[in-house]
Design a protein around this ligand. Structure first.
Ligand code: ZN
Length: 207
């Protein structure tokens, strides 16, 4: 947990746009659907742009404030690195708005990632790199090969098994995303490593 001064600083900064300061409270599992709804809004935003329907939010767990929002931009921008989770990390600020002051490392390490899809190894690694303690995913049927990274670094992974989100992604894979879904970014050595990993959650086999 951060020191009291850090938390006070966060509260004072956020109070510029959060009127009900007194209502802030630590995130509990009962709050997970609310934050997943915010991640799903980001997924819908990506789909409206013609991109993959994958969204994420970074939430400061002690206060329940969303500090960053993001969506996958592989198709829109031809980006290899702006997945939903990395975009949310990139956009995270103390005010939760673009251009706000950057989030100090100690506060970032108190955050959780809420993502509409189980994170890929790159995004799971980014969560580990910045010390996040929790990753909540809507589903892991369409992707699960980053979960061994979460397990390796002791990051709690929670799968909400959200059928609505799963249906949305599957419809996109069979429809607009049919020609672009297959992920060429996962290099062969990483595919082999994942396949050999004892924690490989679903016996994922490299293609
Ligand atoms: Zn990713």
């Amino acid at each position: 947990m951060s020191g009291k001064n850090d938390l006070d600083k966060l509260r004072n900064t956020l109070s510029f746009h959060v009127p009900e300061k007194g209502s802030w409270k630590a995130v509990t599992p009962a709050d997970y659907p609310k934050f997943m709804a915010a991640a799903k809004e980001q997924a819908a935003k990506g789909a409206r742009e013609g991109g993959q329907p994958i969204g994420a939010v970074v939430v400061h767990l002690p206060t329940g404030q969303i500090l960053g929002r993001g969506h996958n931009q592989r198709l829109q921008r031809g980006s290899r690195v702006l997945h939903a989770e990395t975009d949310a990390l990139e956009n995270a600020t103390m005010t939760g708005e673009a251009g706000g002051p950057p989030v100090p490392d100690n506060l970032m390490a108190e955050c959780g990632m809420f993502t509409t899809m189980s994170p890929c190894p790159m995004c799971a690694g980014a969560c580990a790199q910045f010390g996040l303690k929790l990753v909540v995913m809507a589903e892991n049927e369409t992707c699960s090969h980053g979960e061994f990274v979460l397990a390796h670094f002791g990051i709690e992974a929670v799968n909400l098994k959200d059928g609505e989100m799963l249906n949305t992604v599957n419809a996109w894979i069979k429809g607009p995303g049919a020609s672009t879904w297959d992920n060429p970014e996962l290099a062969v050595p990483l595919r082999r490593w994942i396949a050999d990993e004892p924690g490989n959650p679903k016996g994922w086999v490299p293609s």
